[in-house]
Design a binder for this molecule. Structure first.
Ligand code: NAD
Length: 305
């Protein structure tokens, strides 16, 4: 059987597949057309976040039995079409949890103490201490939207910074909030009371565009907004407007509605109260090995029936 790996996943997972006797081709940076042209010969497809497995790709995958996603979010795969065709979709939901959590923490610290801006200023030969006065996390409130694997770990880490942690997640029981020390509230309360708001939901019909201009308007003056979940959860143009007006004091964004985020669609250019990273949440050595091995095992299990 033949498997196509169409994104840059760790070699460890490829080794796991080859050790099982599969014929594995690694072809990265294929566009949709290229993928449609070659997918017909493969029984399995392994992706990370760059490949969009569209309806047309799935329809061209005449022999396709399994699609693997080395990571948690499967919003890059047309699950409906895959399911209708009896194609199994497997992901690797846990191996990058800590990586995404730690990246979120790094982003929170970076916007709180202006670390990238201060670094750039010093590298440009300045010694400007006034401009980079930060605030303290201690005694501030962080609102976590989506208290799942990553959201709950953010709570634990931010509690260590002596922050009050509140959360909005209609799908977890009150009891779970208590265990985590997270006060569960409705979305409006979270928006109103938080000094920091961080998003950790999957991208679903419900969460697409969940935080737009109306929600941002309800946030506290001087709030800081962080998104390391999925780009389309947050309206970045509305956020950019609120950063410009000063209503939002800072933002840290790792994921964007359209990726890669090119200069012509980047609403944050020239803003010095923003830290953006190119979808680096899962980019640690440990997480990349973990997700590639996990997805390889999932693909093998699916192909073995
Ligand atoms: P998870 O499934 O463990 O947790 C998601 C939580 O969101 C769940 O508790 C769920 O109940 C909650 N939720 C669902 N719909 C909601 C809604 N409408 N309102 C509020 N809460 C809602 O997922 P996770 O592993 O914690 O991942 C969270 C997000 O982080 C996903 O979008 C994932 O794709 C993203 N992620 C990004 C990176 C990155 O590189 N930036 C890396 C890993 C994960």
């Amino acid at each position: 059987m033949k498997i196509l790996v169409s994104d840059d996943v760790s070699e460890k997972g490829v080794e796991v597949l080859r050790a099982q006797g599969y014929d594995v081709d690694v072809k990265i940076n294929l566009n949709e057309e290229d993928l449609i042209a070659c997918i017909g010969e493969y029984d399995g497809l392994v992706t990370r976040s760059m490949t969009h497995v569209t309806e047309a790709v799935i329809n061209a995958g005449k022999k396709l039995k399994v699609i693997g996603r080395a990571g948690v979010g499967v919003d890059s795969i047309d699950i409906k079409t895959a399911t209708a065709k009896g194609i199994i979709v497997v992901n690797a939901p846990t191996a990058n949890t800590v990586a995404a959590t730690e990246h979120t923490c790094a982003m929170i610290m970076a916007i709180t103490r202006h670390i990238p801006q201060a670094h750039n200023s010093l590298m440009a030969g300045e010694w400007d201490r006034e401009r980079f006065t930060g605030i303290q996390l201690q005694n501030k409130t962080i609102g976590i939207i989506g208290v799942g694997r990553i959201g709950s770990r953010i709570a634990k880490r931010m509690q260590a910074m002596e922050m009050r942690t509140i959360g909005y997640d209609p799908y977890i029981p009150e009891e779970r909030g208590k265990q985590l020390g997270v006060e569960l509230v409705d979305l409006d309360t979270l928006l109103r009371e938080s000094d920091y708001i961080t998003m950790h939901t999957p991208l679903t019909k419900e969460t697409r565009g969940m935080i737009g201009a109306a929600e941002i308007a309800k946030m506290k003056d001087g709030v800081r907004v962080i998104n390391v979940s999925r780009g389309a959860v947050l309206d970045i143009n509305a956020l950019a407007a609120a950063l410009k007006s000063g209503h939002v004091a800072g933002a840290a964004i790792d994921v964007f509605p359209t990726e890669p985020l090119t200069k012509d669609i980047n609403p944050f250019l020239d803003m010095d109260n923003v830290v953006i990273t190119p979808h680096l949440g899962a980019s640690t050595k440990e997480a990349q090995i973990g997700v590639s091995v996990d997805v390889a095992e999932g693909v093998i299990a699916a192909l073995n029936g």
